[in-house]
Design a protein around this ligand. Structure first.
Ligand code: NCD
Ligand code: ZN
Length: 352
């Protein structure tokens, strides 16, 4: 029995890792069922640097899509120290690239080819600013001497403030924010429409205790790492605020179980199968269901200068908890463990 339901414009996921090969085939249907479009992260091995590579990857995604499903992958270029700005421009003008992603070197999973000196990207950023190409940022200092819990706020202070000053017309998305400092900065500075931030579903539900207290939980480990509870509360306030500078980006990042449950487990949480349901639950509990559509479906397209989707999606709140036991996703001999929501989820997507 449905206790409540809501029909909204079909959402987009502005930050997702779809991977490639067999993993792509296994995870893509979860995203395509819930989202009309997604900004596909380019941190493959090797990374998606050129327009030609992005075309090949986009074709691979489209051919992995199950029959009858529609989905539009939006491609992001992986910025390296020696990226070719002319190819980037061509890719953007030809509508192959929708944006470019800045990974500070060693900041996260597969960021070994990331940018070593942000200052030396001047020509690239100037060009992006001129042609209106959005810059997506993994906003953490890669410097190992900085405490991991401070890497995002340090990035805002030491890098982002300067980028905003030097490139005031460059569209910037600070991806998967995790701190009150980032949320406050974007809420303030984003009013001009040039700065925005994505917020993941898992960062609305977990704090650093969820990762480290009562035993180490590798499946709650992602980058940026979850912070203190005050930060999680600030993220919820930002998400439900209705401010156009905040929108949905799941950062769903699947890894094989064996790569997460080991001596040096990798960062990334797979949420494609329950992120939208989590957002609905969080907004509902905050008494802000009326803001859900702006966050999931309207603010993102408006920031990127795209139209909102025509299709609708219905979510309903049932009596039964849907979150207790989500099955692993099987990829060959490997399994991917979905994010286990720490709260009971009652919202689910109604089949069209
Ligand atoms: C992402 C991944 O696995 O590719 N991991 C993560 O913890 N979020 C990379 C990223 O977005 O930082
Ligand atoms: Zn990511």
């Amino acid at each position: 029995m449905s206790l409540a339901h809501i029909t909204i414009t079909k959402p987009d996921d502005w930050h997702v890792h779809l991977r490639d090969g067999e993993m792509l085939k296994a995870v893509l249907p979860y995203t395509a069922r819930r989202f009309a479009r997604a900004m596909v992260m380019p941190n493959l091995k090797p990374p998606v640097v050129t327009t030609a590579q992005a075309k090949v990857y986009r074709d691979e995604i489209l051919s992995a899509l199950p029959k009858g499903m529609s989905f539009e992958p939006l491609m992001a270029a992986y910025l390296t120290d020696d990226i070719d700005p002319c190819d980037l421009e061509r890719g953007f003008n030809d509508k192959v690239f929708a944006a470019a992603k800045l990974y500070p070197v060693h900041a996260t999973t597969n960021s070994e080819s990331g940018v070593t000196q942000i200052k030396s990207m001047r020509l690239v950023f100037e060009k992006m600013q001129r042609i209106g190409m959005p810059l997506l940022i993994h906003g953490e200092m890669g410097d190992p001497s900085i405490d991991i819990f401070d890497r995002e706020s340090a990035f805002v202070d030491r890098v982002l403030v300067g980028l905003r000053r030097d490139y005031p017309a460059l569209k910037i998305v600070l991806e998967h924010i995790t701190t009150r400092q980032a949320a406050d900065y974007v809420a303030d500075e984003g009013r001009g429409g040039k700065l925005a931030a994505t917020i993941t579903a898992h960062h609305l539900l977990i704090n650093r205790n969820s990762m480290l207290a009562g035993g180490m939980k590798p499946h709650n480990y992602c980058l940026p790492v979850a912070k203190r509870e005050v930060h999680r509360q600030a993220l919820i306030r930002a998400a439900v605020s209705g401010g156009g500078m905040f929108f949905l980006g799941t950062d769903s990042a699947p890894h094989p179980r064996t790569a997460k449950e080991c001596a040096c487990g990798c960062a990334g949480i797979f949420t494609a199968c329950n992120a939208l349901e989590i957002y609905a639950q969080v907004f509902s509990e905050a008494g802000a269901l009326d803001q859900l559509e702006r966050f999931t479906s309207l603010n993102g397209p408006a920031f990127y200068g795209l139209s909102a989707n025509k299709d609708k999606i219905t979510l309903e709140r049932g009596q039964d908890c849907i979150s207790s036991d989500l099955a692993s996703v099987i990829v060959g001999q490997q399994e991917i463990i979905p994010f286990k929501s720490p709260i009971n989820l009652f919202w689910r997507v109604v089949d069209q």
